[in-house]
Design a protein around this ligand. Structure first.
Ligand code: HEM
Length: 254
């Protein structure tokens, strides 16, 4: 259930990227990218603008294809499909990372030096994980390939998680108004928080064997999965009604 809800949420996020950034580009209104964040589109910096544009294309591919690679039955039954999606995924990860890094160098982020560092490290780790995952698969070292592929997946979902975590923050701020005052420190934490915990979780997954869990442990895991699924569904609904949905509509309508 958690995987299905997360994937659906990712599909809506990818639809937003394709419809808004792609739709406005095709309609000759790429300057509207700046409605999402200032200076994403800057005619005076064609290299930075192209880099962030390439990173949009690659990023939406990552969000759509990542979960498909995790379906064990598909890997076993149609291994060539896993290999081909893997190649596209690794190239897209490298492109998203390099495109994002080029934008940081050329334009800088909205959050200044700390965000430049947080996002820069994120991009560098993504390029590293994509390269290592590919090289180990090519050499037949599947244990190491699996480890780097899990790290890569944990990083790529970070970009989606970043929006979900901000959505959660806005919701909490509305419920407990005073939280909004701490926006500055929250922003500072968030430039790392959307990928460092995922990487730590990935290390646990890489090392975890299949253990026999007790009935109460199974119940706790189920409760966690249902709560996390409900939460992600709720935040996605909020984002879709307030941001992604209207942006999808405005990107594809003239
Ligand atoms: C799954 C991969 C990724 C996706 C789907 C993605 C998506 C996006 C989107 C949609 C935006 C525009 C803002 C918005 O509408 O929310 C954005 C901005 C940005 N992304 Fe990514 N991204 C991904 C990976 C990366 C990576 C690896 C880097 C690392 C260098 C990166 C760096 C940036 C930067 C620097 C911006 C502009 C921030 C600013 O102007 O302050 N992204 N990304």
């Amino acid at each position: 259930m958690l995987a299905a809800v997360s994937w659906l949420s990712g599909v809506i996020f990818a639809a937003y990227i394709i419809a808004f950034f792609g739709g406005t580009l095709v309609g000759g209104e790429a300057y509207r990218w700046n409605e999402a964040l200032p200076d994403l589109y800057d005619p005076a910096s064609p290299l930075s603008t192209s880099a962030i544009g390439a990173h949009f294309v690659a990023g939406s591919i990552l969000v759509l294809l990542g979960p498909v690679q995790l379906i064990g039955r598909l890997r076993q039954r149609i291994p060539w499909l896993h290999r081909w999606i893997g190649r596209i995924y690794v190239v897209s990860a490298a492109a998203a990372g390099v495109g994002g890094l080029a934008f940081i160098v050329g334009q800088g982020t909205i959050g200044g030096p700390l965000m430049d560092v947080g996002f820069g490290l994120y991009g560098a780790l993504m390029v590293l994980s994509a390269t290592m995952s590919y090289l180990h698969a090519r050499s037949g070292r599947y244990h190491s390939h699996r480890a780097w592929a899990i790290r890569l997946f944990a990083l790529t979902i970070g970009s989606w998680l970043y929006r979900i975590e901000y959505g959660a923050w806005f919701l909490l701020s509305r419920l407990f108004g005073s939280l909004a005052e701490f926006g500055d420190w929250f922003d500072a934490i968030m430039v790392f928080f959307f990928y460092v915990p995922n990487l730590i979780a990935a290390e646990f997954v890489i090392r975890a064997g299949r253990k026999n869990r007790t009935a109460s442990a199974n119940l706790s895991v189920s409760v966690f999965f249902v709560a996390a699924s409900t939460f992600i569904a709720f935040v996605t609904l909020m984002f879709t009604t307030h941001t992604w949905g209207p942006k999808i509509a405005s990107g594809i309508t003239p």
